[in-house]
Design a protein around this ligand. Structure first.
Ligand code: B16
Ligand code: MG
Length: 218
């Protein structure tokens, strides 16, 4: 059975966290409070709805359902302006090296992201054609750390979950991969992502020989 490879989007393939941050910061400022980069760390891998709940907790803002829905839309409209001009220059270093290695060996590749904007971003940066399946915030009902997003990706690839490898930059994402019984690879700070089976700061540290060892693993 061929191994399947599942990539998170934000923080793994592209650094859209900075644009999410700006859009949330604009909303916080409009509501009369500050939102720091440190606080933005809590938002990684977290659904848009949950992000707004956390933001309102930070600002101690009470919202009616109508206000909540309006702010969700407002944040996303603002975010879409930031990502409008994204191109291939925003792909994180050496991601294409790994995608090419897997593609040449015909390993199925999926996206497993919490974002509802995943597909247009992949199109903008020119990576969409690498993906055999895309599972994102539009397809799942349960957010990471629930394994639903990765289990669905494995199913769409036609690969057993224990034969899948997941690249993730968020704690909740690593936990989701682990509970799906997949091989988790943490991209980022190994102290933060200590639950991952393997850790790298970024893809420049990942040799193709490491990928080959994973492919050969029983
Ligand atoms: P959207 P990932 C996640 O993407 C981001 O890390 C998180 O900050 C964001 O709130 C979430 O997507 C939802 O994004 O508002 O575009 O639907 O890391 O799971 O690829
Ligand atoms: Mg991420």
């Amino acid at each position: 059975m061929k191994k399947g490879f599942i990539f998170d989007l934000d923080g793994v393939i592209v650094d859209t966290a900075k644009y999410h941050y700006l859009a949330w910061k604009n909303l916080a400022n409009e509501l009369g409070f500050e939102f720091t980069k440190e606080q933005n760390e809590l938002f990684k891998g977290v659904s848009r709805k949950r992000c707004l709940e956390i933001l309102l907790e930070i600002g101690k803002v009470e919202a009616t359902q109508e206000q909540f829905d309006t702010w969700m839309i407002e944040k996303n409209v603002d975010y879409l302006k930031y990502i409008e001009n994204m191109d291939a220059s925003e792909i994180l270093p050496d991601v294409p090296k790994i995608l090419d290695y897997l593609k040449e060996r015909k390993h199925p590749i999926a996206l497993g992201s919490a974002s509802k904007n995943a597909q247009p971003i992949l199109e903008k940066v020119g990576l969409l054609s690498y993906f055999d399946a895309i599972v994102d915030g539009n397809n799942v009902t349960k957010a990471k750390p629930d394994p639903e997003v990765f289990l669905l990706a494995a199913e769409q690839l036609g690969v057993n979950s224990q034969d899948c490898v997941v690249f993730e930059d968020a704690v909740a994402g690593v936990q989701a991969a682990n509970s799906a019984k997949m091989i988790s690879i943490g991209i980022g700070d190994d102290k933060v992502l200590s639950e991952a089976a393997y850790n790298f700061n970024d893809f420049t540290e990942i040799e193709t020989s490491f990928i080959q060892d994973l492919i050969n693993k029983n």
